[in-house]
Design a protein around this ligand. Structure first.
Ligand code: NAD
Ligand code: MG
Length: 394
């Protein structure tokens, strides 16, 4: 039985994790549930799963939730703030943290959970992009497991089972291509928030949906794969595969290519992570090669002249240090501004490029620690926000 702290339980991955738990309550115990501000959803989750503690980062909403639960006679402890997330991540009674927070905010609780010896089932890719050089050595030092949930990384991880790491030649990360596949730069200039939120194959939270439309999601995933599998970003290729059936491939040194397939659903990668090294039972509809809609699998190159953030991510991954941290922070600020209707679509890319260029000199040879990563994130956001204020159309 796994005893779970689910951080970001009210989001897309958090809810799907609870779906896996609901399907096999005898296999899991929910010890903690946390969210940023959606106290109503958290309330229903607490009523259903009765965790020991829960946390709403927003203090006012946490206080309201606390009195609501007390009135119902439910003794789940309600925490708040960043500290509350850390307490939830490090509970003695929990053995596995599910990292389903979106963005850099997920790094701090994951860091503390590893320090306190928890296995990490990780969806929150920004944690590894910004802090992979700190988290992965700590994972090895503490002897805990890193269980990838991101579907491409779950696929690679499954393909690598039983293989010698030295026999791995290349990783081919697949991507649907997002809603703007095949578009020119001119057309991209005028796409709207609504266009960008229409993902062709996946139903996900807002930030990752926008990252998929700019292809930054693939950029972040290249760096995530570099950290998870100890492979240089130059040995990772992006393969556009619009059907999202092959979740990624690996090529071994003898030329053999291994792939993992399934319908586009995060339930399966969540199950693979939470049952490791066992297997759970099938919850979602399985891949059927005779389903006409899924049987025609196609592949294309990624156009990095159009989707320039992919090229920037390769460059950031090659340079390492705090460069990916800065890139990630600028992207988070820019995506938030785009979702708020403050900047245009290509302003996301411009903001990220300009911030990385500007911060380059400042971050220089800064030693990599959890504090210097936090500082670089804060500084890059501040600079990106200034740029956004200058571009802002509201
Ligand atoms: P989402 O926006 O649906 O949910 C985010 C969750 O994080 C919510 O519960 C929210 O309350 C919580 N949260 C946000 N900021 C927080 C903060 N400062 N402190 C504490 N909690 C906070 O996002 P999502 O789509 O579920 O994505 C979560 C993560 O998983 C992201 O890093 C994303 O890249 C990754 N991921 C998502 C999918 C998917 O299908 N949704 C697939 C692969 C990877
Ligand atoms: Mg993914």
């Amino acid at each position: 039985m796994r005893r779970l702290s689910i951080l970001g339980s009210t989001g897309s991955i958090g809810k799907q994790t609870l779906e896996v738990v609901r399907n096999a309550p005898e296999d899991f115990m929910v010890e903690a549930l946390t969210c940023n501000s959606d106290a109503d959803t958290l309330y229903s989750q607490v009523i259903e799963f009765r965790p020991k503690v829960c946390c709403v980062v927003d203090e006012k909403k946490a206080a309201e939730l606390s009195s609501r639960l007390k009135n119902e006679g439910i003794d789940t402890e309600v925490l708040s703030g960043r500290e509350g997330n850390i307490t939830a991540a490090t509970l003695d009674s929990c053995d596995t943290l599910v990292g389903a927070i979106v963005g850099f905010a997920g790094l701090e609780p994951v860091y503390h959970a590893v320090l306190s010896g928890k296995d990490i089932a990780l969806a929150n890719k920004e944690t590894l992009v910004a802090g992979g050089d700190i988290i992965m050595p700590l994972i090895r030092e503490k002897g805990v497991k890193m269980l990838p949930i991101d579907s491409e990384h779950s696929a690679i991880w499954q393909c690598l089972k039983g293989e010698k790491r030295d026999d791995l030649d290349r990783i081919m990360i697949t991507a649907s291509g997002g809603p703007f596949r095949g578009m020119t730069r001119d057309k991209l200039e005028n796409v709207t928030r609504e266009n960008a939120l229409q993902h062709p194959t996946w139903n996900m939270g807002g930030k990752i949906t926008i990252d998929s439309s700019t292809m930054m999601n693939k950029g972040l995933e290249i760096i995530e794969a570099h950290h998870l599998f100890g492979i240089s970003v130059d040995n990772i290729d992006v393969v556009i595969h619009p059907q999202s059936v092959i979740h990624s491939m690996i090529k071994m040194k003898d030329g053999s290519v291994l792939a993992q397939m399934g319908r586009p659903s995060m339930i399966l990668p969540i199950e693979v992570a939470l049952y490791y090294p066992e297997r759970g039972t099938a919850i979602v509809e399985e891949f059927d090669p005779f389903d006409a809609a899924l049987s025609n699998l196609t592949f294309e190159r990624c156009d990095t002249d159009v989707f320039r953030l992919v090229g920037l991510a390769y460059e950031a991954g090659r340079r390492g240090g705090l460069v990916p941290t800065v890139m990630n922070a600028a992207n988070e600020s820019a995506v938030r501004a785009f979702l708020a209707g403050r900047i245009g679509f290509l302003d996301i890319e411009r903001t990220v490029f300009e911030t990385v260029e500007k911060m380059d000199a400042v971050i220089g040879n800064t030693e990599l620690t959890i504090d210097s990563v936090e500082q670089a994130d804060t500084d890059a956001r501040a600079y990106a926000d200034e740029l956004i204020d200058g571009k802002s159309c509201s």
